[in-house]
Design a protein around this ligand. Structure first.
Ligand SMILES: NC(=O)c1ccc[n+]([C@@H]2O[C@H](COP(=O)([O-])OP(=O)(O)OC[C@H]3O[C@@H](n4cnc5c(N)ncnc54)[C@H](O)[C@@H]3O)[C@@H](O)[C@H]2O)c1
Ligand SMILES: [Fe+2]
Length: 366
């Protein structure tokens, strides 16, 4: 027996941003985005079609942290009439900030308390969100959780509530045309990681697996071509669709060991999320090949047979994209690596992984 659930209305395609006014239906909105000239132009396009926002929150930095989130939530209280809907224009950091704002309803303390103490669930709000992703990576436009960073305490939290599924996702690949190359690569690899993590996952189901296979194949087949031709809208569309499909896949499974290994690396060394959660993929794949006939059938649809050859090709692709697959290259000592791996397997996301720690470590030594 299995079930699949995802309530987000998805509008995909070049020009999807023009559907924003329709989605807003006249409701007063808060616009959440980065403070960046590229985004000023996009904000102008939004106000031209949807009218002035009731509130603009544009202090968003990569990897939303307790400190900035508190400031953003305080801004929410600076207007007399709280907005009825949040438009999140940006990558995962913007969409995740919007989720925190949606739950906090102006009071970050409530979210902090819920994250740190598990209390006050009934005080959390669920302001609707219209997500407009400008990276092709996180899939946050179709998930109900936000990654919340607390760098001072060197911790990462996940705010997960069913109310935080965006109401609408407007996925417009044209918005990714100006995404710099290094971000294009790291965000697409984040999506590849979501796809694979949803497959070697105790929670996978036939719909999540189908979405994951399609996403992983597209990224492996087309990311190298996109790097050669970043202005190609057809290639941007393929990767945007793949990231969306990967999001749909892991919206039902959550992530697993690659992500759990990544968080301390990002916290300690500032490694981009997409790089931190994808450099381990070849080792994890070698750990799970042969684990079960059912998983092998799924992996063969991505990597062909023998699966090991496809995994070797993936590793070469990562190297060509400038991603080292050796933890030592991220500044991690052997001892620290063992600690990170121990903690990652012991954590909640680690428990989603179907493979074994001893085998992962043994494969990594080879
Ligand atoms: N909620 C989820 O389901 C989920 C899943 C994966 C990752 N995340 C989180 O998302 C965050 C990472 O998000 P991200 O990788 O999308 O990047 P991001 O939102 O952190 O943005 C990174 C940089 O890209 C720039 N940028 C974004 N779009 C651009 C564009 N179209 N053109 C030019 N520059 C652009 C931004 O200005 C920013 O400096 C991390 O905090 C990660 O933990 C959340
Ligand atoms: Fe991720």
């Amino acid at each position: 027996m299995w079930a699949f659930h995802n309530p987000v209305k998805i509008q995909f395609g070049a020009g999807a941003l023009e559907m924003l006014a329709d989605s807003l239906q006249g409701r007063p909105y808060a616009l959440v985005t980065y403070c960046d000239p590229v985004f000023e132009l996009l904000c102008d396009r939004i106000t031209a079609q949807a009218g002035q926002p009731a509130l603009v929150i544009d202090n968003i930095q990569p990897n939303p942290d307790f400190t900035e989130l508190e400031v953003s939530c305080a801004r929410w209280m600076s207007v007399e009439q709280p907005p009825e809907v949040i438009v999140a224009l940006g990558g995962g950091s913007v969409i995740d900030t919007a989720k925190v704002l949606a739950a906090a309803g102006g009071n970050f303390h409530r979210v902090r308390r819920y994250l740190q103490e598990g209390e006050g669930r009934d005080q959390l709000a669920g302001v609707p969100i219209i997500a407009v992703p400008t990276t092709a990576g996180t899939g946050s436009e179709v998930t109900c959780w936000a990654t919340v960073w607390h760098s001072e305490a060197q911790r990462k939290y996940s705010l997960a509530l069913p109310e935080l599924y965006p109401e609408v996702a407007l996925v417009d690949p044209e918005l990714t045309l100006e995404l710099p190359l290094s971000l294009t690569v790291s965000t697409a690899l984040d999506a590849l990681s979501h796809a694979l993590e949803s497959l070697w996952n105790v929670n996978r189901n036939p719909i999540s697996s189908a979405a994951a296979i399609s996403a992983a194949r597209e990224i492996i087949d087309w990311l190298p071509a996109l790097v050669e031709e970043p202005q190609n809208l057809m290639l941007r569309s393929r990767i945007a669709r793949a990231a969306l499909m990967a999001g749909v896949a892991f919206s039902n499974t959550k992530t697993a060991i690659a992500h759990n290994i990544s968080y301390p690396i990002t916290l300690r060394y500032g490694t981009a999320h997409g790089e931190a959660c994808s450099f381990t993929l070849p080792t994890i794949l070698r750990t799970v090949v042969g684990h079960s006939a059912e998983l092998d059938v799924l992996l063969a649809q991505i990597f062909g047979t023998p699966i090991e050859v496809g995994v070797e090709q993936l590793e070469q692709m990562l190297h060509r994209l400038g991603i080292s697959t050796a933890y030592q290259d991220y500044g991690i000592s052997d001892r620290e690596w063992l600690e990170i791996v121990d903690e990652a397997f012991a954590g909640e996301r680690g428990a989603n992984f179907i493979g074994e720690k001893a085998r992962f470590l043994a494969v990594g030594q080879q």
